[in-house]
Ligand binder design. Structure first.
Ligand code: C2E
Ligand code: MG
Ligand code: MG
Ligand code: MG
Length: 292
């Protein structure tokens, strides 16, 4: 009896696995087709300089406008292809689309930097810099210093000296680098020493709880201090309330991004959102907080 159950279970497990593999394969094919069918879109989330009271940049965030499911977030489809070359096609599409969008915004007198997230596999390709140069050349009105690449520190896990040399080549063109989700990796400190980053992006998990959890507050404060002593810029993500913004400003982090400023939005909503955005309330909240 036990044997039969065991065998049955084994049998069912195999069927499951088989189906999982098939589903995974189908989903990968589906994502690949979405790229060709032009179903990918970029949303944009502003970066606010609280001290200057100005929007200084936009981060491009990928969405899949699925014909049946509607708008699908990147975590629901990028992981399916991030270890295949589909991620390279997607990454190059994102770069072109973001640069094209920035070029058209520049006609409206904006001086925003555009931030693009780059997957590790894409970034580490031997021809990354060559192809990036070609893409930039398609947008002669966008100077390379208006492009910022966001990479995860885990991007550098495999071959740090290779990653370092890619970063230096890009920086020679004028491109800057932010270390995204900073503090969540295992070796932030040693990477900081070896990677020529320009900006640290404090992970939203620390920011979210920093007003209620003193450990997170200390972490946020430590990353800001780290950025200062290394001479780097620092931005906080996941800033959901004005109180968060006010605390960050007090800690010395002027740049913020998060739902408290704006949710990521479609490109055609950006200009009217910026025109109606009121920074005065941020200042008021900052002024009314007690000193820490
Ligand atoms: P990320 O680069 O760290 O982006 C921040 C994520 O947090 C975004 O999710 C954004 O919508 C969300 N977010 C922003 N402000 C807040 C806030 O105040 N509260 C909360 N709860 N969330 C906030 P999204 O758009 O789903 O992107 C998730 C991740 O997917 C990104 O994390 C990035 O790692 C990756 N990603 C997005 N677009 C691309 C892309 O074009 N290429 C690649 N390779 N990865 C991308
Ligand atoms: Mg990012
Ligand atoms: Mg992040
Ligand atoms: Mg993230």
């Amino acid at each position: 009896q036990a044997k039969i159950t065991g065998r049955n279970r084994h049998h069912f497990f195999d069927a499951d696995l088989d189906e999982q593999v098939r589903t995974h394969h189908n989903r990968r094919t589906e994502v690949r087709a979405a790229v060709r069918a032009n179903e990918l879109v970029l949303y944009y989330q502003p970066k606010l300089d609280m001290r200057k009271g100005r929007i200084v940049g936009m981060e491009a965030l990928l969405r899949w406008n699925h014909p049946l499911r509607g708008i699908v977030g990147p975590m629901d489809f990028l992981p399916i292809v991030e270890h295949t070359d589909v991620i390279v096609d997607i990454g190059e599409w994102v770069l072109r689309e973001a640069l094209r969008q920035l070029q058209s915004w520049r006609a409206f007198d904006t001086d925003w930097v555009i931030s693009v997230n780059i997957a590790a596999r894409h970034f580490q390709r031997h021809d990354f810099v060559e192809r990036l140069k070609m893409i930039l050349a398609e947008f002669p009105e966008v100077p390379p210093h208006m492009l910022e690449l966001e990479i995860l520190e885990s991007s550098a896990l495999s071959d740090i000296s290779h990653v370092r040399s890619i970063m230096l080549d890009c920086q020679a063109l004028g491109i800057s680098f932010a270390l995204d989700d900073f503090g969540t990796g295992y070796s932030s400190m040693s990477y900081l020493k070896r990677l020529p980053a320009d900006i640290l992006k404090i992970d939203q998990s620390f920011v979210r709880n920093m007003l209620v959890d003193r450990d997170d507050l200390h972490l946020v404060s430590a990353v800001i201090g780290l950025a200062r002593s290394f001479g780097l810029g620092v931005i906080a993500e996941g800033v959901e309330t004005i109180e968060h913004g006010a605390m960050l400003m007090r800690l010395g982090c002027d740049l913020v991004q998060g739902y408290g400023v704006a949710r990521p939005m479609p490109a055609d909503e950006v200009l009217s959102w910026v025109a109606s955005f009121d920074t005065a309330k941020v200042w008021q909240a900052a002024a009314s907080l007690p000193p820490i």
